[in-house]
Design a binder for this molecule. Structure first.
Ligand code: BGC
Length: 258
Protein backbone atom coordinates (compact mmCIF):
# COMPACT_ATOMS: atom_id res chain seq x y z
CA UNK A 1 0.00 0.00 0.00
CA UNK A 2 1.14 3.55 -0.73
CA UNK A 3 1.12 6.25 1.94
CA UNK A 4 2.51 9.75 2.33
CA UNK A 5 5.19 9.96 5.01
CA UNK A 6 5.88 13.30 6.69
CA UNK A 7 8.72 13.82 9.17
CA UNK A 8 8.47 16.87 11.44
CA UNK A 9 11.88 17.97 12.68
CA UNK A 10 13.24 20.99 14.51
CA UNK A 11 14.68 22.57 11.35
CA UNK A 12 12.74 21.05 8.47
CA UNK A 13 9.56 19.16 7.60
CA UNK A 14 10.22 16.47 4.98
CA UNK A 15 7.76 14.40 2.99
CA UNK A 16 7.54 11.79 0.26
CA UNK A 17 5.06 9.18 -0.93
CA UNK A 18 6.26 5.69 0.01
CA UNK A 19 5.53 2.12 -1.01
CA UNK A 20 5.07 0.76 2.51
CA UNK A 21 5.67 -2.82 1.39
CA UNK A 22 9.17 -2.11 0.06
CA UNK A 23 10.12 1.05 1.96
CA UNK A 24 10.97 2.76 -1.33
CA UNK A 25 10.19 6.43 -1.92
CA UNK A 26 7.89 6.86 -4.91
CA UNK A 27 9.04 10.43 -5.63
CA UNK A 28 11.95 12.64 -4.51
CA UNK A 29 11.33 13.99 -1.04
CA UNK A 30 10.42 17.61 -0.47
CA UNK A 31 11.47 19.73 2.46
CA UNK A 32 10.05 22.96 3.88
CA UNK A 33 11.76 24.78 6.78
CA UNK A 34 9.98 24.34 10.11
CA UNK A 35 8.02 27.57 10.76
CA UNK A 36 9.14 29.83 13.62
CA UNK A 37 7.58 29.69 16.10
CA UNK A 38 6.64 26.06 15.39
CA UNK A 39 3.10 26.40 16.73
CA UNK A 40 0.43 23.82 15.76
CA UNK A 41 -1.46 25.88 13.13
CA UNK A 42 1.75 26.97 11.37
CA UNK A 43 3.06 23.38 11.24
CA UNK A 44 -0.35 22.15 10.03
CA UNK A 45 -0.14 24.68 7.16
CA UNK A 46 3.22 23.21 6.08
CA UNK A 47 1.78 19.67 6.30
CA UNK A 48 -1.07 20.81 4.05
CA UNK A 49 1.36 22.39 1.55
CA UNK A 50 3.41 19.19 1.38
CA UNK A 51 0.37 16.99 0.86
CA UNK A 52 -0.91 19.38 -1.85
CA UNK A 53 2.46 19.46 -3.59
CA UNK A 54 2.24 15.69 -4.13
CA UNK A 55 -1.50 16.02 -5.05
CA UNK A 56 -1.91 13.42 -2.31
CA UNK A 57 -5.10 11.63 -1.41
CA UNK A 58 -4.79 8.56 0.83
CA UNK A 59 -3.27 7.58 4.16
CA UNK A 60 -0.80 10.03 5.71
CA UNK A 61 1.71 9.17 8.45
CA UNK A 62 3.29 12.02 10.40
CA UNK A 63 6.16 11.89 12.89
CA UNK A 64 6.38 14.22 15.86
CA UNK A 65 9.45 14.89 18.04
CA UNK A 66 7.67 14.12 21.32
CA UNK A 67 5.38 11.63 23.04
CA UNK A 68 2.20 10.87 21.06
CA UNK A 69 -0.60 8.79 22.54
CA UNK A 70 -3.79 8.18 20.52
CA UNK A 71 -2.93 11.07 18.20
CA UNK A 72 -2.47 13.53 21.09
CA UNK A 73 0.97 15.18 21.47
CA UNK A 74 1.97 14.99 25.12
CA UNK A 75 5.47 16.52 25.26
CA UNK A 76 7.45 18.95 23.10
CA UNK A 77 11.00 19.20 24.46
CA UNK A 78 12.35 20.74 21.24
CA UNK A 79 9.22 22.23 19.70
CA UNK A 80 6.83 24.97 20.85
CA UNK A 81 5.24 24.05 24.23
CA UNK A 82 1.79 24.92 22.84
CA UNK A 83 1.83 21.38 21.33
CA UNK A 84 1.26 19.77 24.70
CA UNK A 85 -2.23 18.26 24.81
CA UNK A 86 -3.07 18.98 21.13
CA UNK A 87 -5.10 16.41 19.18
CA UNK A 88 -2.55 16.38 16.35
CA UNK A 89 -4.37 13.55 14.56
CA UNK A 90 -7.49 15.74 14.27
CA UNK A 91 -5.50 18.89 13.41
CA UNK A 92 -3.55 17.26 10.56
CA UNK A 93 -6.61 15.28 9.45
CA UNK A 94 -8.47 18.56 8.97
CA UNK A 95 -5.49 20.17 7.23
CA UNK A 96 -5.02 17.34 4.71
CA UNK A 97 -8.56 15.93 4.43
CA UNK A 98 -6.98 12.48 4.66
CA UNK A 99 -6.81 9.74 7.33
CA UNK A 100 -3.77 10.59 9.43
CA UNK A 101 -1.64 8.61 11.88
CA UNK A 102 0.74 10.57 14.15
CA UNK A 103 3.61 8.87 15.97
CA UNK A 104 6.89 9.65 17.73
CA UNK A 105 9.77 10.40 15.32
CA UNK A 106 12.25 7.90 16.80
CA UNK A 107 9.58 5.18 16.91
CA UNK A 108 8.92 5.76 13.20
CA UNK A 109 12.63 5.67 12.34
CA UNK A 110 13.06 2.54 14.44
CA UNK A 111 10.20 0.68 12.77
CA UNK A 112 11.63 1.50 9.33
CA UNK A 113 15.12 0.43 10.41
CA UNK A 114 13.82 -2.87 11.87
CA UNK A 115 11.94 -3.66 8.66
CA UNK A 116 14.27 -2.43 5.93
CA UNK A 117 17.57 -1.49 7.60
CA UNK A 118 20.07 -2.45 10.27
CA UNK A 119 17.51 -4.26 12.44
CA UNK A 120 16.16 -6.74 9.87
CA UNK A 121 15.76 -10.19 11.48
CA UNK A 122 17.15 -9.02 14.86
CA UNK A 123 15.46 -10.73 17.80
CA UNK A 124 15.84 -9.98 21.51
CA UNK A 125 16.09 -6.44 22.83
CA UNK A 126 17.02 -3.90 20.18
CA UNK A 127 17.33 -0.20 20.88
CA UNK A 128 17.39 2.43 18.17
CA UNK A 129 18.71 5.83 19.26
CA UNK A 130 18.56 8.94 17.08
CA UNK A 131 21.10 11.69 17.70
CA UNK A 132 19.93 15.06 16.42
CA UNK A 133 18.43 18.13 18.08
CA UNK A 134 17.53 15.76 20.92
CA UNK A 135 18.08 12.05 21.51
CA UNK A 136 15.15 9.88 20.45
CA UNK A 137 14.67 6.23 21.39
CA UNK A 138 12.73 3.25 20.02
CA UNK A 139 12.76 0.01 21.98
CA UNK A 140 11.97 -3.38 20.39
CA UNK A 141 11.60 -6.80 21.90
CA UNK A 142 11.60 -9.62 19.34
CA UNK A 143 10.73 -7.03 16.70
CA UNK A 144 7.80 -5.53 18.62
CA UNK A 145 7.91 -1.81 19.46
CA UNK A 146 7.32 -0.49 22.99
CA UNK A 147 6.13 2.99 21.91
CA UNK A 148 7.03 6.36 23.41
CA UNK A 149 10.15 5.48 25.36
CA UNK A 150 11.95 8.74 26.17
CA UNK A 151 15.43 7.49 26.92
CA UNK A 152 17.06 10.73 25.74
CA UNK A 153 15.87 12.29 28.97
CA UNK A 154 17.56 10.07 31.54
CA UNK A 155 19.68 12.06 33.96
CA UNK A 156 23.47 12.05 33.65
CA UNK A 157 25.69 14.10 35.97
CA UNK A 158 22.59 16.02 37.04
CA UNK A 159 21.62 16.94 33.47
CA UNK A 160 19.11 15.77 30.89
CA UNK A 161 21.19 13.31 28.78
CA UNK A 162 20.25 14.89 25.44
CA UNK A 163 21.65 18.26 26.54
CA UNK A 164 25.06 16.53 26.89
CA UNK A 165 25.16 13.93 24.14
CA UNK A 166 22.86 14.96 21.24
CA UNK A 167 24.27 16.15 17.92
CA UNK A 168 23.13 19.64 18.90
CA UNK A 169 25.15 19.44 22.14
CA UNK A 170 28.24 18.62 20.05
CA UNK A 171 27.69 21.72 17.91
CA UNK A 172 26.63 24.01 20.76
CA UNK A 173 29.64 23.20 22.93
CA UNK A 174 31.99 22.78 19.97
CA UNK A 175 33.04 19.30 21.13
CA UNK A 176 35.67 17.29 19.26
CA UNK A 177 34.65 13.83 17.98
CA UNK A 178 36.65 12.25 20.81
CA UNK A 179 35.09 14.37 23.53
CA UNK A 180 31.57 13.95 22.20
CA UNK A 181 32.02 10.17 21.71
CA UNK A 182 33.12 10.02 25.37
CA UNK A 183 29.82 11.59 26.39
CA UNK A 184 27.86 9.21 24.13
CA UNK A 185 29.78 6.27 25.59
CA UNK A 186 28.89 7.36 29.14
CA UNK A 187 25.26 7.77 28.09
CA UNK A 188 25.16 4.31 26.49
CA UNK A 189 26.69 2.76 29.61
CA UNK A 190 23.75 4.11 31.65
CA UNK A 191 21.30 2.80 29.06
CA UNK A 192 23.01 -0.59 29.02
CA UNK A 193 22.81 -0.83 32.81
CA UNK A 194 19.06 -0.23 32.59
CA UNK A 195 18.08 -2.34 29.56
CA UNK A 196 20.88 -4.71 28.51
CA UNK A 197 20.04 -4.52 24.80
CA UNK A 198 21.55 -7.08 22.42
CA UNK A 199 21.88 -4.50 19.67
CA UNK A 200 21.97 -0.69 19.60
CA UNK A 201 21.27 1.02 16.27
CA UNK A 202 22.54 4.60 16.16
CA UNK A 203 20.72 6.93 13.79
CA UNK A 204 20.04 10.62 13.15
CA UNK A 205 21.96 12.91 10.79
CA UNK A 206 25.26 12.36 12.59
CA UNK A 207 25.16 8.62 11.87
CA UNK A 208 26.29 9.54 8.32
CA UNK A 209 29.70 10.12 9.91
CA UNK A 210 29.54 7.04 12.13
CA UNK A 211 33.16 6.10 11.29
CA UNK A 212 34.27 9.18 13.26
CA UNK A 213 32.60 8.18 16.53
CA UNK A 214 31.12 4.66 16.63
CA UNK A 215 34.59 2.97 16.77
CA UNK A 216 35.35 5.11 19.85
CA UNK A 217 32.43 3.65 21.84
CA UNK A 218 34.49 1.16 23.77
CA UNK A 219 32.65 0.72 27.08
CA UNK A 220 29.57 -1.09 25.78
CA UNK A 221 28.85 -4.84 25.66
CA UNK A 222 26.02 -4.59 23.13
CA UNK A 223 26.75 -4.61 19.42
CA UNK A 224 26.47 -1.07 18.02
CA UNK A 225 25.67 -0.48 14.36
CA UNK A 226 24.85 2.68 12.40
CA UNK A 227 21.39 3.08 10.89
CA UNK A 228 21.09 2.27 7.21
CA UNK A 229 18.16 4.40 6.07
CA UNK A 230 19.61 7.70 7.39
CA UNK A 231 17.49 10.67 6.33
CA UNK A 232 14.53 8.71 5.03
CA UNK A 233 13.86 6.51 8.08
CA UNK A 234 11.25 8.86 9.62
CA UNK A 235 9.35 9.29 6.35
CA UNK A 236 9.33 5.55 5.65
CA UNK A 237 8.29 4.61 9.22
CA UNK A 238 5.51 7.21 9.20
CA UNK A 239 4.17 5.85 5.90
CA UNK A 240 4.34 2.28 7.23
CA UNK A 241 2.32 3.26 10.33
CA UNK A 242 -0.30 5.05 8.21
CA UNK A 243 -0.61 2.16 5.86
CA UNK A 244 -0.95 -0.35 8.74
CA UNK A 245 -3.73 1.79 10.30
CA UNK A 246 -5.51 2.08 6.96
CA UNK A 247 -5.36 -1.71 6.48
CA UNK A 248 -6.80 -2.22 9.97
CA UNK A 249 -9.66 0.24 9.25
CA UNK A 250 -10.50 -1.54 6.01
CA UNK A 251 -10.55 -4.97 7.64
CA UNK A 252 -12.82 -3.80 10.48
CA UNK A 253 -15.18 -2.15 7.95
CA UNK A 254 -15.29 -5.49 6.13
CA UNK A 255 -16.05 -7.20 9.44
CA UNK A 256 -12.80 -9.11 9.59
CA UNK A 257 -10.95 -6.89 12.06
CA UNK A 258 -10.60 -7.72 15.73
C1 BGC B 1 11.88 14.04 22.52
C2 BGC B 1 11.61 12.69 21.89
C3 BGC B 1 12.12 12.70 20.46
C4 BGC B 1 13.58 13.09 20.41
C5 BGC B 1 14.11 13.19 19.01
C6 BGC B 1 13.35 14.34 22.43
O1 BGC B 1 13.63 15.58 23.00
O2 BGC B 1 11.49 14.06 23.88
O3 BGC B 1 10.23 12.40 21.92
O4 BGC B 1 11.94 11.42 19.90
O5 BGC B 1 13.78 14.34 21.06
O6 BGC B 1 13.44 14.15 18.27
Amino acid sequence: MHALGIDIGGSGIKAAPVDAATGKLLAPRQKIPTPRPAVPDAVADVVKQLSTSFSWSGPVGITFPGVVTDGVTRTAANLDPSWIGVDAGALFGKATGDPVRVLNDADAAGVAEMTFGAGVGQRGTVLMLTFGTGIGSALFTDGLLVPNTELGHIEIRGHDAETRASERAKELHDLSWGKWAGRVDEYLQHIEALLSPHLIIVGGGISKQSDKWVPRLSGIRARIVPAVLLNDAGIVGAAMAASASAALDTSSVAGTGS
